[in-house]
Design a protein around this ligand. Structure first.
Ligand SMILES: *[C@@H]1O[C@H](CO)[C@@H](O)[C@H](O)[C@H]1NC(C)=O
Ligand SMILES: *[C@@H]1O[C@H](CO)[C@@H](O)[C@H](O)[C@H]1NC(C)=O
Length: 546
C-alpha cells in the first residue's frame, strides 16, 4: 500500500509553469536580510538560548503529558496521534536533543523506556525514508551517546538495547531493497515485507537518504549488508542521472525510468545531495565525494540563479519552476560543509527575505510573481532555514546570523506557540494554527536554534566541545566521527590505490592522502573556519569549484 508521502517527499499541488524569471522581481524580493536595528549582544544570546530551552520543554513535556506513547502531539487539542508506526516517534526523535541540552535524567529515562517497550514486529506499513531518518537515526544517535563515557551522558545501566532495536528495525526495512535497480520501495510492512500493491515509484530523496544511518549500523555491528544496500541505492540513482548530471524527482524502482523529471535541490531530491557529501565526510568513502562533486557542479550550473534555485528539466535544462520551496533552505548549510560559503551567504539572505516577508517561509514561494504559491501556504515548523543559519554563523561568526535566529525565535513564540506545544502554521499570510507538531520540531528546529545561541554564548555542548566531530543526519541526529565509525585507517589503505574513471583524478588522489584524513578527524581548532565541522575548507572546495 502506498503511504501518503509526507514531508520532504511530498510534492504539493502545482500551478501553471511560469516562463521566465524577472530580474526586477527577484531583486525586489531580496530585501536586505538583516535589517535589524540593534544586534544581539552576548548577554542577550544567553537569554535567547534559555528561551529556546523553555521552548523545548514546553513542547516536549506537552508531548509526554498528552500524547506519549503515541507518535506525535496534537498541540492545540492536547492529544496524541500515531503517524509513523505507533512507537513513541517523538520521544525517539527527541532523545539526542535531550542529551545535547544536558538533561541526563530525561535522556536516561527515555532511553530506558524505549529499550524496554518499543517493538518493531508489528503489522504496519511505513515509509522507509521517514523510518530511517527519524527512528533508526534517533535510536543510533541515542545509543552512541548512552554507551560512551566521553559524551558525559553515559547511562551506566545501559545494555545496548537501542542498538539491538536498530538492527531489528533495519532488517525489517531490507525487503524494500529487493528491486532490480537496488533503489528501495517507498514503503514496507515491518512484519510482512513489501505489500503486493506497493507503488514502484519512489523519490530520489527516498533512495538517497540511507547511507549515514545504514553505514553507521554496519560499522557498529560488523554486518556490511546495511551499508551495501544503501550504497547500491545511491549507485542505482546516480547511474540514471541525465547527461547534464542532474537527477529527477521520482523514479520507478523496477524499470529505472524517471517518472518525474524536474531536477531541483528541494522537495523530493534535497537530501540526496546532503547524504553524498555527509557520507563522504563521515566514512571517508571517495565514491561519495566523487558523486557529490559532479552533482554539486551540475546543480550550481543548471539550478542556481544567484541567489535563488529553480527547477529545470533534468534532460534539457529548461526551466520548469521558478519557485522557492522551503526545503531548499538546507542548501546554504550544506554549502558551508562543502566549503563554498560565499554563494551560501547570498542564498541564505534571499531565503530569509521570504521569512521576513511573512514571519515564516511558506512551503512554496513563486519567484516570478513574488507571492505565496497556491496550495503551498503552510509552514509546518520546518528546521532548514535555521539549520543553515547555524552553519553560517559557525563559519563566519557574523552576528547578523544571531539576529536572524532571534527573528525566527520571535515568530515561533508569537504565532506558533499553542497550549500544549508548537503548532504548524497552515497559512503564512493569516498565521492560522494547525493542530499538529511534527517530531522534527524537537529533533531539528529547536536543536539548531539552541546550538546557534549556545555557540554565541561560548559553547558548552558535545557537538562543539565533545570528544568527536559530529555529522548531523538529515533529521538532525548526531552521528559521531569515532574511529569505529570512520574506520580512518582502513580507508587510508583502501583508497590509496583507488581510481575513478572520470572526474579530476589528481584532486581525488590528493584527498586520498592519509595525513589529510587524520587531520580531518583530529582538527580541534577554535578558529572559526577550521571549526566548520572538519571539512578543511580548502580541500573540498577545490573539488567543487572546477
Ligand atoms: C495487517 O494490517 C492490515 C491493514 O491494517 C490488515 O488488513 C491485515 O489483515 C493485517 N494482517 C494480519 C495478518 O493481521
Ligand atoms: C567488529 O570487529 C572488530 C574488529 O574485528 C571488533 O573489535 C569488534 O568487537 C566487532 N564488533 C562487533 C559488534 O562484533
Amino acid at each position: 500500500m502506498m503511504q501518503p508521502m509526507r514531508l520532504r517527499l511530498r510534492r504539493q499541488g502545482r500551478a501553471s509553469p511560469l516562463l521566465c524569471l524577472s530580474a526586477a522581481i527577484l531583486a525586489a524580493a531580496l530585501l536586505p536580510g538583516a535589517a535589524v536595528a540593534d544586534g544581539v549582544t552576548p548577554s542577550e544570546a544567553r537569554l535567547l538560548r534559555d528561551e529556546v530551552k523553555d521552548m523545548f520543554y514546553h513542547a516536549f513535556d506537552g508531548y509526554m503529558q498528552h500524547a506519549f506513547p503515541l507518535d506525535e502531539l496534537r498541540p492545540l487539542s492536547c492529544q496524541g496521534e500515531d503517524s509513523l508506526g505507533g512507537y513513541a516517534l517523538t520521544l525517539i526523535d527527541s532523545l539526542d536533543t535531550l542529551a545535547l541540552l544536558g538533561d541526563k535524567e530525561r535522556f536516561a529515562a527515555g532511553v530506558e523506556w524505549v529499550g524496554k517497550n518499543v517493538r518493531f514486529d508489528i503489522n504496519k506499513t511505513v515509509s522507509v525514508f521517514e523510518t530511517n531518518i527519524r527512528i533508526l537515526g534517533g535510536l543510533l544517535s541515542a545509543h552512541l551517546i548512552a554507551s560512551d563515557y566521553a559524551t558525559g551522558m553515559e547511562i551506566e545501566s545501559y545494555d545496548g538495547q537501542l542498538l539491538h532495536l536498530s538492527v531489528d528495525l533495519a532488517q525489517r526495512l531490507l525487503p524494500a531493497f529487493d528491486t532490480p535497480t537496488g533503489i528501495p520501495f517507498g514503503s514496507v510492512n515491518l512484519l510482512y515485507g513489501v505489500d503486493d500493491d506497493e507503488s514502484k515509484i519512489t523519490s530520489t530523496a527516498g533512495g538517497g537518504t540511507l547511507t549515514l544511518e545504514f553505514g553507521v549500523l554496519s560499522r557498529l555491528t560488523n554486518n556490511t549488508v546495511f551499508e551495501q544496500v544503501a550504497k547500491k541505492s545511491v549507485r542505482g540513482i546516480w547511474a540514471r542521472r541525465s547527461k547534464l548530471n542532474l537527477v529527477g524527482a521520482h523514479i520507478n524502482v523496477f524499470t529505472g525510468e524517471w517518472t518525474q523529471k524536474d531536477a531541483g535541490i528541494g522537495t523530493s531530491i534535497d537530501s540526496f545531495y546532503e547524504y553524498v557529501l555527509k557520507a563522504y565526510l563521515l566514512f571517508g568513502d571517495e565514491e561519495y565525494l566523487y558523486v557529490f562533486q559532479e552533482a554539486y557542479k551540475a546543480a550550481m550550473h543548471y539550478l542556481h540563479h544567484d541567489p535563488w534555485y529553480i527547477e529545470v528539466n533534468m534532460n534539457s535544462g529548461a526551466t520548469v519552476w521558478p519557485l522557492f520551496n522551503s526545503l531548499q533552505a538546507f542548501w546554504p548549510g550544506l554549502q558551508v560543509l562543502a566549503g563554498d560559503v560565499d554563494p551560501a551567504i547570498r542564498t541564505h539572505a534571499a531565503f530569509f527575505s521570504v521569512w521576513k516577508k511573512y514571519g515564516f517561509t511558506p512551503e512554496g514561494f513563486n519567484l516570478a510573481t513574488s507571492t505565496v504559491q497556491n496550495g503551498q501556504r503552510s509552514y509546518p515548523l520546518r528546521p532548514e532555514l535555521i539549520e543553515s543559519t547555524y552553519w553560517l554563523f559557525k563559519a563566519t561568526r557574523d552576528y547578523r546570523y544571531l539576529d536572524v535566529g532571534r527573528d525566527i525565535l520571535a515568530s515561533l513564540q508569537y504565532a506558533a506557540k499553542c497550549p500544549c506545544g508548537y503548532c504548524h502554521i497552515s497559512d503564512v499570510e493569516t498565521h492560522k494554527q494547525d493542530d499538529h507538531m511534527e517530531s522534527f520540531f524537537l529533533a531539528e528546529t529547536v536543536k539548531y536554534l539552541w546550538l546557534l545561541f549556545d555557540l554565541a554564548v561560548g559553547p558548552d555542548n558535545i557537538v562543539e566541545n565533545g570528544p568527536y566531530k559530529y555529522i548531523f543526519s538529515t533529521e538532525g541526529h548526531l552521528l559521531p566521527a569515532t574511529p569505529e565509525i570512520t574506520l580512518v585507517d582502513e580507508h587510508c589503505l583502501y583508497f590509496g590505490d583507488r581510481g575513478y574513471g572520470s572526474g579530476d583524478g589528481s584532486s581525488i588522489q590528493q584527498s586520498a592522502n592519509c595525513a589529510q584524513f587524520d587531520e580531518r578527524r583530529t582538527v580541534s581548532s577554535q578558529n572559526s573556519l577550521s571549526n566548520v565541522l572538519f571539512t578543511t575548507r580548502g580541500y573540498i572546495k577545490e573539488f567543487v569549484q572546477d
